[in-house]
Design a binder for this molecule. Structure first.
Ligand code: MLT
Length: 323
C-alpha cells in the first residue's frame, strides 16, 4: 500500500497531467472571429490578412463573421457574452473600445473590464477623403468649401461610435462645421458610395482608402499624422495643410470574452505575434499604410493599457465636440 502522502501527490500530478493535454489541445475546431462591421472595410481587410496566417499557426480555420450595426457596438455586446473558451473572439478598434462609451450612455459592455485582450494588430492613420469631383484642390480649399457650403455637403461614416464617425466628429468640431452625416454599416460600403459620388467626404483608416487614392477614384486631402505615410508619399499631412489640430490614428486589435483561460489567450497571442513577424503579411500591411506594433506593443497587457488610455482620451474630446 502506498503511503497516503504519495497518493495525494500522485493524484495532484494526475490532475495536472490531465490539464496539460487539454491546454495543449486548443484549438480543436474552427474559431469564429466577429468583425463588427460590413465586409470590405479596414477591419475586415486587416483581419483577413492576419487571420489567414494565424489559422496556419493554430492549425484550425478562422471563420470571419461580419455582424454590423450601431457603429460596431451591437456585435461587441454579443461577443462580450460569448462562451469564454477562445472559440469566439472579436475585432475591436479605437471606436468600439475607445470612443463608444462616450457616445452610448447605455453601452452594454465596458471596454476595459469585459474582455480578455489578445493583442494589437495594427495602427492605422486617418485620412480625409472625398469624391473625386469634390470642388477643392487641397486641404485649405476643402476646409473653406465646407465652411461655406455646410448645407450642401454630406459626410459618410460607419455609424455612431465608429472610428470614421469619431474622427470626423473631431474634424468637424475643429473646422466649426455641421454638415449632414450619413451612417453606413462599415466604411467598406461608405467608401463604395463615396467612389460612386453619392456622398461627398469622409474620414477613414488608410488601409481602406489607399488603393482607391492610388487608383484616382478618391481624392485625399490629408493624412492625419505628423509625417507623410511611406505608402502614399504624395499625400500631404494635415499639418502641412494648416490643420495641425487634426492628428489622429486608429488601431485594430483582437479581444476574447472576459474569463477566457490564460493559456488560450496565450496561444492566440502567439499566433498573432507570428503573423506580424511574417514577411509576406508585413509587406501587405505596410503597402496599405498600416503601422505594425513592435513585440512589446503586441502583448495583451499593452492592449489593456491602450484601451484604458483611449477611453480616457476620447471621452473629453467627444464631450467638447458636443457628442
Ligand atoms: C470598418 O471596418 O468598417 C471600420 O473600422 C469602421 C469604422 O470604425 O469607421
Amino acid at each position: 500500500m502506498k503511503p497516503i502522502g504519495t497518493a495525494i501527490v500522485m493524484a495532484a500530478f494526475a490532475l495536472a497531467a490531465g490539464a496539460i493535454p487539454a491546454a495543449a489541445a486548443f484549438p480543436e475546431r474552427a474559431i469564429t472571429l466577429i468583425v463588427p462591421f460590413a465586409a470590405g472595410g479596414p477591419g475586415d481587410t486587416v483581419v483577413r490578412l492576419i487571420g489567414a496566417h494565424m489559422a496556419r499557426t493554430l492549425g484550425q480555420p478562422i471563420v470571419v463573421e461580419n455582424v454590423a450595426g450601431a457603429g460596431g457596438t451591437s456585435a461587441i455586446s454579443r461577443g462580450a457574452r460569448a462562451d469564454a473558451d477562445g472559440y469566439t473572439i472579436m475585432l475591436g478598434n479605437m471606436g468600439t473600445h475607445g470612443a463608444a462609451p462616450a457616445q452610448y450612455p447605455d453601452l452594454k459592455y465596458n471596454p476595459a473590464k469585459d474582455f480578455a485582450p489578445i493583442g494589437l494588430m495594427v495602427t492605422t492613420p486617418i485620412m480625409i477623403v472625398a469624391r473625386k469631383t469634390f470642388p477643392a484642390r487641397n486641404l485649405r480649399e476643402f476646409v473653406d468649401y465646407l465652411r461655406n457650403n455646410q448645407d450642401k455637403v454630406v459626410e459618410a461614416h460607419a455609424g455612431v461610435g465608429s472610428v470614421s464617425h469619431t474622427t470626423c466628429t473631431l474634424l468637424q468640431s475643429i473646422m466649426g462645421t455641421k454638415t449632414a452625416r450619413v451612417a453606413y454599416r462599415g466604411t467598406g460600403p461608405s467608401i463604395n458610395d463615396l467612389i460612386a459620388e453619392h456622398v461627398d467626404f469622409g474620414c477613414d483608416q488608410i488601409v481602406n482608402v489607399a488603393p482607391h487614392i492610388q487608383a484616382g477614384t478618391l481624392k485625399a486631402f490629408g493624412v492625419a499624422t505628423a509625417k507623410r505615410s511611406a505608402a502614399m508619399k504624395d499625400v500631404p499631412t494635415t499639418r502641412e495643410g494648416g490643420l495641425q489640430e487634426f492628428e489622429v490614428s486608429a488601431w485594430i486589435a483582437l479581444f476574447a470574452p472576459k474569463g477566457t483561460p490564460q493559456h488560450v489567450v496565450g496561444k492566440l497571442n502567439d499566433a498573432l505575434v507570428k503573423a506580424l513577424d511574417d514577411e509576406g503579411t508585413r509587406a501587405r500591411l505596410l503597402d496599405l499604410g498600416s503601422e505594425i506594433p513592435d513585440r512589446a506593443g503586441r502583448a495583451p497587457d499593452a492592449l489593456q493599457e491602450l484601451v484604458v488610455r483611449e477611453v480616457a482620451r476620447w471621452t473629453p474630446v467627444l464631450k467638447a465636440a458636443g457628442q
